[in-house]
Design a protein around this ligand. Structure first.
Ligand SMILES: [Zn+2]
Length: 103
């Protein structure tokens, strides 16, 4: 049985003055603080691929971290370029839904 694909956002806006990424889906909208998103990066530089251990220490994320730019990757994710120079992490639609707080 095929997995149900994660819902695709209908809108994504990086609001730099408020340091949030606003993601709108058909069913709900959420504002992700930039620092939380940056700390949730799951790329090989931030998380050990073998052990799952988080390499990135959230305390080292600059308080004024910002999204410099975003680009769509295929139809399933965005790649974020962060103001700290990090740009190797993807946020899939599935991952964004995982990061949503329970309603
Ligand atoms: Zn990363």
């Amino acid at each position: 049985m095929a997995a149900v694909p994660a819902p695709v956002p209908v809108d994504l806006q990086a609001l730099r003055d408020r340091q949030i990424l606003r993601v709108a889906w058909a069913d709900r909208t959420h504002e992700f603080p930039f620092r939380q998103l940056r700390a949730s990066c799951e790329c090989a530089q931030c998380v050990n691929e073998w052990t799952g251990e988080r390499i990135l220490d959230p305390a080292t994320i600059p308080a004024d971290i910002a999204i410099e730019s975003m680009e769509l990757v295929g139809a399933y994710a965005i790649r974020v370029r962060w103001s700290d120079g990090h740009d190797s992490g993807l946020f899939t639609w599935e991952r964004l839904r995982e990061l949503l707080p329970a309603e």
